[in-house]
Ligand binder design. Structure first.
Ligand code: NAD
Length: 737
């Protein structure tokens, strides 16, 4: 029998090597067809008496990334489409679909012949769960091998036996840690946790896997053997009595109770370890079905899995323009941002000419990459040769003539219109005809900057976030005259450096910073009302924000807020900034020199390490303090999220952001907007626009007109619309179909 996604070669010892290699895909993923074929392979190998055992591996450089988008989309359309018609039947169907993998892997485990997973590369999610159901697991020690059950990061959990097999192999604490954080394991760590049996040189992988079978590997999982004991003894032991009361508390500390998927892991492990294996799998299947039905799972999978991949693959790239593979770009301005942009570009194998006012400033910019490379080599993340190669791609210089053969130049000089004008003119005297000019400005509208250019249709914004090496998001900004080619090249570049782009129209603050400043402004309001600063910061964390607004303000610099507020007043008039905010920030910056982390004092104090930062006690004297018991933390949480979400809704209404996927992904990757919500617009859609509008009205009555719902929101509430319905990102595809 032949298969579309697998090849099978049986050797003289009767060991069938099953190689998973999906045609037309760069990575193996689980689809309905793949599952059907695995099912058929189990049947065929069981039936074939010549087959003594199976080694399961991948023909690609990675083992598998887990489930496929279309399969996941299918699950949700099942939920949405059929639930209304016949809820019971829809539930049953979802339960069955959710269990498909569970019982197929169980079939592998109980097929009667030994299976060994030969893990040759990244092995994630369902693929690792399949490996866990094999009787043996051998992993290559190549650096590229990463093992994880990362489902919790997209709002679900390892629901194909993961929550049952991992704690029956590893100790419970490690198992919980691995699954509730979705952490990535090296093969060595996986072995230490007892999750793989052997770690071998890449070229020994298949031999070692086959040897396990030849050595008489038993085709029975440990938990199917009589007398099996859970590592550490299970739930009713003194050690477990210490672990389990603490586990939910630790989880709550880490997640503030916002992630049903994470909590379900605890429940599955706790309940499952007390049950026979098949019953335990069923318990897992029930919780999995339940979590799949949660708003959090739906929104997180949509934004963090589906939309992120779609945007990463260039969902917004204009059609009909040939994809470019950039080989050399220019970065002008080798300061804080430019230096790091050069680094991430070279790390993607693209040559960079890094220009500053003089050789010395340019070399200082390259030194940033030298330090980053030295750190990575020191930590074993890069080999010495890889580090040298990366650095050889960056040429620091003051000579603009080196831009004569680049296809893109990124300008990252001072945030000053005149400096940017001079630099633009200088660059354009040498830039090749077709090359694209991108500005990394964070506050100056692109349309205005493009007036300095002779070819505004080739002028675009490519806005990076700091720290550039870590931040996954890049905002691509279209000026009024920006043409399709500029957008296409910008997106090709962002794709090459492996960041996720969102494409937004021109506006003050673009998308991300507009939202961020709302968050920070709400905290100013709270401070002025006398809410203790610690409550503001904690409420933000409880709402799911990674960083409190005051801490964030310290990171971006308090004097930068002051600059931006002054610029708003100059450009838009006095009413654009609340006078109380200006007074607060003037006091912080002008009177107290508290400019943020960069000068060691802002809303927090930053003592020398290893001491930790702490809120500056002097803040208490600014405004009469409310008593903690008089402050409603629930309302604080709402205000912080609602003010951001409202701003996101405004950007859609103004046509700044045009695709809800970008608002959502941009908010999570740009400033960590409570990921369990799926992002700013999913937050609104998740509770329903009508509920959101009512919430805004309640908040506006007590906390100011900035909470007033906008005309669009009111209209949508009336019509019962959602953002993903009204601004359907797939409308063009649907029309075509
Ligand atoms: P920076 O002051 O650290 O760096 C600016 C660099 O430009 C300096 O090295 C300076 O020598 C150089 N420069 C100035 N005039 C020049 C000229 N005429 N020719 C060549 N080089 C010149 O500033 P930065 O923080 O890196 O910001 C640069 C740009 O990036 C700004 O437009 C800023 O708004 C934007 N940005 C900054 C951040 C951030 O977090 N700092 C984030 C996103 C975008």
């Amino acid at each position: 029998m032949s298969y579309k996604n697998f090849t099978i070669e049986t050797d003289a010892d009767g060991i069938a090597l099953v190689t998973w290699d999906m045609p037309e895909k760069s990575m193996n993923v689980f689809t309905e067809e793949v599952m059907n074929e695995i099912d058929a392979i189990v049947d065929a190998t069981v039936k074939d008496e010549a087959v003594k055992g199976v080694v399961f591996t991948s023909g690609k450089s990675t083992f598998s990334g887990g489930a496929d988008l279309t399969m996941i989309r299918g699950m949700f359309s099942l939920l949405q489409g059929e639930q209304a018609a016949d809820p019971d039947q829809a539930m049953q169907k979802l339960f069955d679909v959710a269990g498909r993998m569970t019982w197929l892997w169980r079939k592998v485990e109980t097929n009667g012949k030994p299976w060994v997973a030969a893990i040759n590369g990244t092995c994630m999610g369902g693929a690792f769960e399949l490996s866990l159901s094999c009787h043996g697991r051998v992993a290559s020690n190549a650096k590229s091998v990463k093992i994880a059950l990362p489902e919790v990061k997209v709002g679900i959990f390892p629901g194909a036996g993961g929550t049952q097999r991992v704690p029956r192999l590893a100790n419970t604490q490690d198992a919980l840690q691995m699954m509730t954080t979705g952490q990535t394991l090296t093969p060595q760590r996986a072995k230490a946790m007892n999750l793989v049996h052997q770690v071998v040189e890449p070229d020994q992988l298949i031999t070692a896997a086959k040897q396990m079978i030849k050595d008489g590997l038993k085709p029975v999982a440990p938990w199917d053997e009589r007398g099996f004991k859970v590592p550490g003894g299970g739930i009713w032991t003194p050690a477990a009595a210490q672990l389990w009361p603490a586990a939910p508390a630790i989880l709550r500390r880490e997640t503030a109770g916002n992630y049903p998927g994470a909590l379900a892991i605890l429940k599955c492990v706790y309940e499952g370890l007390q049950l026979p294996f098949d019953t335990a799998l069923k318990v897992e299947q029930r919780y999995f079905t339940q979590v799949l039905r949660s708003t959090e799972a739906f929104s997180m999978i949509r934004s963090l899995f589906i939309s992120m991949q779609e945007l990463g693959k260039g969902a917004r790239r204009p059609a009909g323009i040939e994809k470019q593979k950039l080989t050399k770009i220019g970065v002008v301005g080798a300061g804080f941002m430019g230096a790091s942009i050069a680094y991430v570009t070279a790390a993607a194998g693209i040559a960079v000419t890094l220009i500053d006012r003089d050789e010395e400033a340019a070399a200082k910019g390259k030194a940033v990459s030298e330090k980053l490379v030295a750190d990575s080599v020191g930590k074993g993340r890069l080999s010495k040769e890889e580090g040298e190669k990366l650095l050889s791609l960056i040429t620091p210089t003051a000579d603009y003539a080196t831009l004569s053969d680049v296809s893109l130049v990124i300008e990252a000089v001072f945030e000053d219109r005149q400096v940017k004008k001079d630099v633009t003119e200088k660059i354009e005297t040498v830039l090749p005809e077709g090359a694209i000019f991108a500005s990394n400005t964070s506050t100056l509208p692109i349309t205005g900057l493009a007036e300095n250019s002779k070819r505004p249709e080739q002028f675009i914004g490519v806005h990076f976030f700091s720290p550039v090496e870590k931040m996954m998001l890049t905002e691509v900004i279209l000026g009024e005259k920006t043409g399709d080619k500029a957008l296409a090249v910008a997106l090709d570049y962002v794709g090459q450096i492996k960041k996720t782009p969102i494409v937004v129209n021109d506006t003050r603050g673009f998308y991300v910073n507009r939202c961020v400043f709302r968050y920070i402004n709400e905290a100013y309001d709270m401070l002025i009302e006398g809410v203790p600063a610690a409550m503001i910061e904690n409420a933000a964390k409880m709402a799911g924000m990674p960083v409190g607004p005051l801490s964030l303000n310290d990171e971006v610099a308090v004097d930068l807020s002051q600059k931006i507020m002054k610029a708003s007043i100059a450009d838009l008039g006095e009413n654009s900034v609340k006078p109380e905010h200006m007074t607060l920030i003037d006091k912080m910056v002008n009177d107290l020199d508290r400019r943020g982390r960069k000068n060691g004092k802002g809303f927090y104090d930053y003592p020398a390490k290893p001491a930790k930062k702490s809120l500056w006690p002097g803040l208490k004297d600014f405004y009469p303090q409310k008593k903690a018991e008089d402050v409603d933390v629930g309302v604080l949480k709402q205000r912080l999220l609602v003010t951001i979400a409202l701003e996101a809704a405004r950007t859609i209404e103004e046509g700044i952001v045009t695709d809800p996927r970008e608002a959502d992904v941009g908010s999570i990757l740009g400033f960590g907007f409570a990921p369990y919500t799926g992002g700013t617009l999913s937050y609104i859609d998740g509770m329903g626009v009508k509920t959101f509008v009512a919430l805004c009205e309640t908040l506006a009555a007590s906390y100011g007109d900035h909470f007033q719902p906008t005309p669009l929101l009111k209209e949508m509430a009336e019509k019962g619309e959602t953002f993903y319905g009204r601004f359907d990102p797939y409308r063009a595809e649907k029309k075509a179909a």
